[in-house]
Design a protein around this ligand. Structure first.
Ligand SMILES: Cc1ncc(COP(=O)(O)O)c(C=O)c1O
Length: 421
């Protein structure tokens, strides 16, 4: 077992069985109540987030360049309320099913492939990760996850008592990202590894694993008999090229593919995601039974939402088109404004984030300097395990006018930070 932070209790002050019984803890006794090591492992809030919260609390108006919530930027299909309302009128009866109502899963299989029984509905992709972590590995085991990568994988793994071991991707400008195949195989082969995750396209890299990398990942998982979670929530948002093949439908190794409406329909508030199981036919029934058991303990999806899913899926293509138009336009604006001798935008193939590199001498913590001196909130690259000190992650979702303002403000601030040193 790896070292863990101390349990957030003071054991010496906790009652023992030898202490006389009391009527229960007084309010101020809660400081001594038992707490899990997993909770302690979440650690303190980082300096950038703390400073941002302090400035907001002091009434300072910050320009937010971090926001990737599509509902804050007028993205979302106008037909959505009517589909939900129609479903509400016809969904009075409740027949629980651990995988979610069959008509919803039938609609998924017709759109994405496989059979209705290959799908489980969840309220979010995060929930899907949690279920699969619980199903696939024992506390103390390790999840292999990409770095740079989606920051929620680590806390979700910790909640399940698992630790994360990262495998790297590298960036070469202007070509893009490539998976470090050797490191990937080495991390997967470590004795404690219980399952593997890939995120394609990645967050924040926006990079799809290409056909050869995909094959490598599948082959390593097959050889080591490791289940694979493939998070493809950003898959339809390819910028400038046809999206590569999806991860469902594999027969050689076990793949749990994750997707949902929060990105495809820009509808995170609808709270509907799904898991698709693919793999060798002889393994699928036992795996399905296992996940049924986990799902049956939660039954998280509302009947109304599930009943709306077939209608909501009909809106997805239109929504993806308009989101992609927004992303493409904003990316072009960002490239035009945020490029120069010392500034460059990295290659983006998909997703909702642009990564910016600012080189040369500057303040030790660029994102903190932008926050404190210019009241610009832009995520530092280290939020995502990007080691370069001048790396920033920029949301590509704002309305075009607002995006143009953001890019110009950021450019001015970077020039001024550069001059001040
Ligand atoms: C890669 C990735 N997967 C999953 C999610 C979460 O999706 P959901 O809202 O379905 O939990 C996000 C959210 O930003 C994400 O970036």
């Amino acid at each position: 077992m790896p070292d863990r932070p101390p349990v957030p209790t003071r054991p010496a002050e906790r009652p023992t069985s030898a202490d006389p019984p009391t009527d229960g803890p007084a309010d101020d006794d809660w400081a001594t109540v038992s707490g899990s090591r997993r909770w302690a492992a979440t650690g303190p809030v980082n300096r950038w987030s703390r400073r941002r919260a302090e400035l907001s609390a002091a009434g300072v108006e910050l320009t937010d360049l971090t926001d990737t919530n599509p509902t804050h930027f007028g993205l979302g299909h106008p037909g959505l309320p009517e589909v939900l309302a129609r479903a509400a009128r016809s969904s009075g009866r409740y027949d629980p099913d651990p995988r979610g109502p069959r008509p919803a899963r039938l609609a998924l299989s017709e759109r994405y492939g496989g059979a209705p029984d290959d799908y489980w509905l969840t309220s979010s992709t995060s929930e899907a990760y949690s279920w699969l972590f619980a199903l696939s590995a024992d506390p103390g085991q390790t999840v292999a996850a990409p770095a740079p990568g989606y920051p929620l994988i680590e806390p979700l793994a910790h909640h399940a008592g698992l630790t994360v071991q990262t495998y790297p991707s590298h960036y070469l400008h202007p070509y893009g990202w490539w998976l470090d195949r050797e490191r990937f195989a080495a991390v997967a082969a470590q004795p404690g590894t219980g399952l593997v995750t890939v995120v394609s396209p990645g967050n924040p890299t926006g990079a799809y694993l290409d056909a050869a990398e995909r094959q490598h990942v599948l082959e390593v998982c097959r050889r080591l008999r490791l289940p694979l979670i493939a998070d493809e929530v950003f898959a339809p948002h390819a910028l400038g090229r046809t999206p590569p093949q999806r991860w469902g439908g594999e027969t050689g190794t076990v793949v749990w593919a994750l997707d949902g409406l929060s990105k495809s329909l820009c509808a995170p508030g609808v709270k509907l995601a799904w898991i698709r199981l693919s793999g060798p036919a002889r393994l699928k029934p036992a795996l399905a039974q296992g996940l049924d058991r986990v799902a049956d303990a939660f039954l998280p999806v509302a009947t109304v939402t599930a009943a709306a899913l077939p209608g909501l899926l009909e809106l997805v293509d239109q929504q993806v088109d308009s989101t992609r138009r927004r992303l493409t336009w904003n990316l072009a604006q960002a490239k035009a404004v945020l490029s120069g001798d010392r500034i460059r935008l990295r290659q983006v193939d998909g997703g909702w984030i642009g990564l910016l590199d600012v080189s040369g001498p500057g303040p030790g913590d660029l994102a903190l300097a932008l926050l404190e001196r210019h009241h610009l909130a832009v995520h530092p690259g280290w939020f995502y395990d990007l080691a370069e000190p001048g790396c920033l992650a920029l949301s590509l979702l704002p309305e075009p006018d607002r995006m143009a303002d953001h890019c110009r403000s950021l450019r001015r601030a970077l020039e001024s930070v550069e001059e001040a040193g």
